[in-house]
Design a binder for this molecule. Sequence first.
Ligand code: TGC
Ligand code: FAD
Length: 395
Amino acid sequence: MSTTPEPLSLDALIAIDGLLTEEERMIRDTVRRFVRERYLPRSAELFAKEEFATDLIPEIASMGLLGASLTGYGCAGMNAVSYGLALAELEYGDSGLRSFASVQGSLAMFPIWRFGSEEQKERFLPKMAAGELIGCFGLTEPDSGSDPGSMKTRAREDGDSYVLTGTKMWITSSPIAHLAVVWAKVGDGDAASIRGFIVERGMKGFETPTVHGKMSLRASPTGEIVLNEVRVPKANMLPGVQGLKGPLSCLTQARFGISWGALGAARSCYETAVNYTRERVQFGKPIASKQLVQQELVGMAMEIAKGQIMALHFGRLKDAGGITPVQVSLCKKNNVGVALHVARTARGLLGGNGILLDYPVIRHMLNLESVYTYEGTNEIHTLILGQALTGHNAF
Ligand code: TGC
Ligand code: FAD
């Protein structure tokens, strides 16, 4: 009696373990176990009910995943590759789970760590690393998305405070956040300069209404930040940066993480498609034995493998201190594009079952539509690369 051999895993195909240190493998395997045991059993229900698993925050923090690549102040100080591996495992669970860690670490903690005063760092970072304080990042506005330099939010100096007025839109974690790093213009006209402010829940005029009815990232709380004459002490302004390079350097950190994370969602879709097609029988045989199906699976595996190797290369470069924002754009654009294509292909291979939440594929596919748009749309990264490669600005 012949038995079909077990399929070769993607990790084995890429032979990635041999390229990782023992510590990197340990971090990956710890997060992998957590996601499989603690998140996956609830993933479809959380998505269906538009709920974020706030009860898991202490465990996520105890693995060192909040501000993972920052040093000091209770942060884990992981290298870039470990951080990427961890985010890929979180996104194997759900892009919303990875989004939570990305925003907390790269977008809320990083600006305080990089541009904050010593007092701000000591006051906020240890509690944020422990998951006791949740942060969010307010850059996008209803009329200012890809072009954040056109923001309307203003900060007016008044005695020992700034008074903030404006609306931020599409803000991950804002409904559950204890604080928001908000970017606002100080001054008028050509003299206006973008500054970062730590706005704390409880400050009068600060509200974070939830955006309901999303068909993507449903397991991630998304909201607005409404700033109605919010008086923020000068001590809460980030002293170390002014101009768009402040928020953009945070985005470089987060985009790097996403370029790893998206491959986790892709891997989940690929593995589901392999398992499904090995079981599903049509025309008397498992559909995995059909050449057209194998062609799709091979195409998916090839693209994931190439994306993984690219992420690892740029991770090593980042650890060596040499990665540029353009290289991060290359990796984010490529790997999110790969993940979305893999998810859509897997959806097709599952036939009608591909649209059910019983399988993770449609959930990942819908989530990845947001990942394709946030942190710089696919087109914005094309334009960043186009400008670097030609010298011409086509924005
Ligand atoms: P531009 O004139 O090119 O640059 C202004 C200043 O910024 C510097 N810079 C950067 N610095 C650090 N990192 C980067 N990636 C940087 N890119 C540019 C630049 O050198 C310059 O510095 P200086 O000293 O000369 O003043 O600015 P621009 O207005 O032409 O805009 C460039 C553009 C379009 C690429 C940029 O605005 C952009 O990236 N737009 C996309 C906006 C975006 O990505 N928004 C994301 C919002 S946050 C989010 O989506 C979170 S989702 C999180 C989740 O749930 O996971
Ligand atoms: P637009 O900028 O209006 O773009 C619309 C279309 O026009 C896109 O296809 C775009 O590529 C294209 N386009 C724009 N300019 C050009 C051009 N020059 N040439 C060619 N095409 C162009 N923001 C935050 O600040 N914090 C967050 O935590 C956050 N979380 C998010 C969570 C979710 C679920 C989503 C969906 C978004 C989130 N965002 C967040 C906002 C996100 O960063 C923006 O949606 C994104 O930057 C695009 O802005 P926009 O939606 O206004 O689209």
